[in-house]
Design a protein around this ligand. Structure first.
Ligand code: NAD
Length: 489
């Protein structure tokens, strides 16, 4: 998509040592996905700028880690207040950068805020363990301590929420942080960092750099960086995992997904269709928990496909900033081309095009829109059924029973989420106990754990040991010191 560079583009500063910095690096252009217009210039940080950000975090660590945890959390309490006071501005920014509808942006804001609230519990979450008299006159106890400089590398699909999975808990635990947001949606992160400093964060505790591979590589190889949190596609997640580990860092790398919704013949049709529409087409199918494959069991297939097509026909697709919009655009022109190529592929692979979103008028506008598209009678071994598409394209696979449905899911290289729709407790139990995915929904289309649980993808959806959020996050961002102490009685 060509840019109209005559329009004044918004700038996108780095944040180093508590101050905004205009990068001296080369600039890329950011486009508004709903209009295709150029909106901002996104810098690729220079190696010197990346080194300065890490140095600033490294310098800030000793004082911050020794600041009482209650004081650290007071800053987070204030941060929460400020975020809430700026909700409309942040929601509008998320919508402009990412294309989400206002409701979706607000939902993702709320889930991000929840992570700050969870991090405010650090005084309790960081508690160690004590055993009196592990020996005569000897006591033992453990404490949890910050690691040092932690790094976060985040994807485009949740500009606000995913960074919130990382830095609030990291800094609550006494670490300092360098955030490298997606180069496709960097401006929400700038505002998040600005507000954190307004809340009273000492200089250097949270730094921000922009860029892509070369910036990330500098962070992964810097010996001052102790831990790396990554969320993005699986191939990059694997690379991050291997490179971070080779450089002696602890790492959690969350990857891509191909999520299934199994619909049993006894499912409540109205609830199921609403949930699958929300999961498959919400956020234009660009959620890591989006349903991409509907597995229809037995005789439910025909009525289910009919109802899904009817609901998709009634979905209002358009710019996220318009209140009536129910589904926005995908992120880039390239993403649109990729999704369109999968629709063609699905037809070539023998699927039946139950609804062709390419024919919707909005698909021909300047923004990166694709109308909701449904492929029926998809072969479970085909590429559309197995590869991550990340767009508003739903595949329906027809199977005869639960056993066959579980086998379809088992075959997937991914294991992020899977849902079952049924009225039967027995079927739900069979599903939850046997399904090959780490986040499971029962009559829930997007089984995103609340912040007190961990975001627990399996297989190629996660590389590492300790997941994001929940107690795993506290353990990931701390190391234990175990004290054995003798005092004569
Ligand atoms: P991406 O992998 O292209 O980019 C993620 C981050 O990595 C960005 O900050 C990007 O600048 C950086 N990056 C890109 N190429 C790199 C390279 N070669 N080396 C080092 N860093 C690089 O992902 P995306 O397109 O921004 O986001 C969508 C993907 O994220 C989907 O696959 C989705 O499933 C996944 N995702 C997963 C979860 C989860 O919880 N598992 C959550 C959200 C998104």
């Amino acid at each position: 998509m060509s840019a109209t560079t005559s329009v004044a583009l918004k700038s996108c500063p780095l944040y180093i040592d508590g101050k905004p910095v205009i990068s001296a690096g080369p600039k890329d252009v950011q486009y508004n996905p709903a209009t295709g217009e150029a909106v901002a210039e996104v810098p690729q940080s220079t190696p010197e700028e990346v080194a300065a950000a890490v140095a600033s975090a490294h310098k800030a660590f000793p004082a911050w880690s020794k600041t009482p945890v209650i004081q650290r959390c007071k800053v987070l309490f204030k941060y929460r207040e400020l975020l809430e006071a700026h909700v409309d501005e942040l929601v509008a920014l998320i919508t402009e950068e990412n294309g989400k509808t206002i409701d979706e942006a607000r939902g993702s804001f709320d889930r991000g805020l929840e992570c700050v609230e969870f991090a405010c519990g650090a005084p309790t979450l960081m508690m160690g363990e004590t055993v009196d008299r592990v020996g005569t006159s000897v006591d033992g106890w453990s404490t949890r301590n910050g690691l040092g400089v932690c790094v976060g590398i985040t994807p485009f699909n949740f500009p606000f929420m995913v960074p919130m999975w990382m830095f609030p808990m990291a800094i609550a635990c006494g670490n300092t942080f360098v955030l490298k947001p997606s180069d496709k949606v960097p401006r929400t992160a700038v505002r998040m960092v600005e507000l954190a400093y307004q809340a009273g964060l000492p200089a250097g505790v949270l730094n921000l750099v922009h860029g892509a591979k070369s910036t990330v590589d500098l962070l992964l190889t810097d010996p001052r960086v102790k831990a790396v949190s990554f969320v993005g596609s699986s191939s990059i997640a694997k690379y991050i995992y291997q490179t971070s580990a080779n450089n002696g860092k602890r790492v959690q790398a969350l990857g891509g997904a191909k999520n299934h919704s199994v619909v049993m013949p006894d499912a409540d049709m109205k609830l199921t269709v609403a949930a699958i529409m929300g999961s498959g087409f919400g956020c234009a199918g660009e959620r890591c928990l989006a349903t991409s494959v509907v597995v229809a069991v037995g005789e439910v297939a025909d009525p289910l496909v009919k109802e899904l097509v009817r609901a998709a026909d009634n979905l209002t697709v358009g710019a996220g900033c318009e209140l009536k919009t129910q589904m926005g655009p995908v992120i880039t022109h390239e993403a649109k081309k990729r999704v369109l190529s999968y629709i063609e592929l699905g037809e070539k692979e023998g699927a039946v095009l139950a609804r062709d979103g390419r024919k919707d008028a909005v698909s021909k506008s300047a923004g990166y829109f694709i109308g909701p598209t449904i492929l029926d009678k998809v072969n479970p071994a085909s590429r559309v059924a197995t590869e991550e598409i990340f767009g508003p394209l739903l595949s329906v696979v027809r199977v005869k029973d639960m056993k066959e449905a579980l086998a379809v899911i088992d075959r997937s290289e991914y294991g992020n989420a899977a849902s079952v729709f049924t009225r039967s407790g027995g079927a739900a139990r069979e599903f939850t106990q046997n399904v090959g995915a780490g986040m499971v929904g029962i009559n829930v289309g997007v089984p995103a754990p609340v912040a007190f649980f961990s975001f627990s993808g399996w297989k190629n959806s996660f590389f590492g040991d300790l997941h994001a959020l929940g107690k795993d996050a506290v353990h990931f961002y701390t190391e234990q010191r175990v004290v054995t102490c003798r005092w004569p009685e």
